[in-house]
Design a protein around this ligand. Sequence first.
Ligand code: NDP
Length: 242
Amino acid sequence: MSRVAIVTGGTRGIGEGISMALKAKGYRVAATYAGNDTAAQQFQIKTGIPIFKFDVGDYAGCEKGVAQITRNLGPVDVLVNNAGITRDVALHRMTPAQWSEVIRTNLDSAFNMSRLVIEGMRARNFGRIISISSINGRKGQFGQANYSAAKAGLVGFSKAIALEGAAKGVTCNVIAPGYINTEMVAAVPKDVLEGKILPMIPVGRLGTAAEIARCVVFLAAEDAGFITGACFDANGGQYMAT
Ligand code: NDP
C-alpha cells in the first residue's frame, strides 16, 4: 500500500510542485489550501490530487481536515508543512495583527498539523515531517521580523521533534528555500527583483518549485530514516549557513 502524504498549501506555488512530485513517486497525496477555490479546483483537475480546504492556523479546523483526509486516504505517513504567508513591514511600523497573522500561519500551523499526525506516526513506527522554512529565517531579512521569526522557529521546532521521534521512526526536517519563482516572489517589485535579489544569487536565477520538491521527495523516502533534525538550504548559493 502506498504511503499517504499531506501537503499544506499544496495547490499553488512550491506546494503544487511538492504535491505533484510526491504523486509521481507513488504517494497518495492530499493537498490543502485556505481560500483560493479557483486555483485549487484547477490544480485538482490538472493533477487528479484531492484538495481539502481549511485554515492551518486554526487547530479545530486542522483537526477536522486531518480527520477527513484520514477517512478518505488513510493514516498520514508524510506531513509537509508548506503553507505560508508574508506581511512585510519594518518593525517600527509593524502592527500586532501583522505579527500574529504571520506567526499563526507559518509557525502555529506546524504545531497544529504535526500534533494531529504525530501520535499515529509514533504508533506505526514511521513518519516524515518536513517543514518549509526560508532563507530569510536563516539570515534575517529587512521588513520581515515576523516572517524571519516564524521561519527560524520552524528549525528549533523540528530539532525538538526530531529528538522526540527518533526512537519511533519519525524524522523531522526543514528545507529552507531561497527565492523561488512563485506568486509570492512575483509580489516583489520588478526593480527590487532584478536590481537587488538576482545579483545576490550565485546561480543567477530564481529557483523552481520542482527543485524544492526534489528535496522533499528525498527526505520523505523510506531510506531517509537516518536524516533527522537537519535543515537543507536550497538557495542557489545565496546563503551558506555554517
Ligand atoms: P504561495 O503564496 O504561492 O502559496 C501558498 C499556499 O499556502 C497556497 O496554497 C495557499 O492557499 C496556502 N495557504 C496560505 N495561507 C494558508 C492558511 N492559513 N491555511 C491553509 N493554507 C494556506 O506560496 P509559495 O509557494 O511561494 O510558498 C510556499 C512556502 O514556501 C511558504 O511557507 C513560503 O513561506 C515558503 N517560501 C517561499 C519562497 C518563495 O520564494 N516563494 C522562498 C522561501 C520560502 P490559497 O491558494 O487558498 O491561498
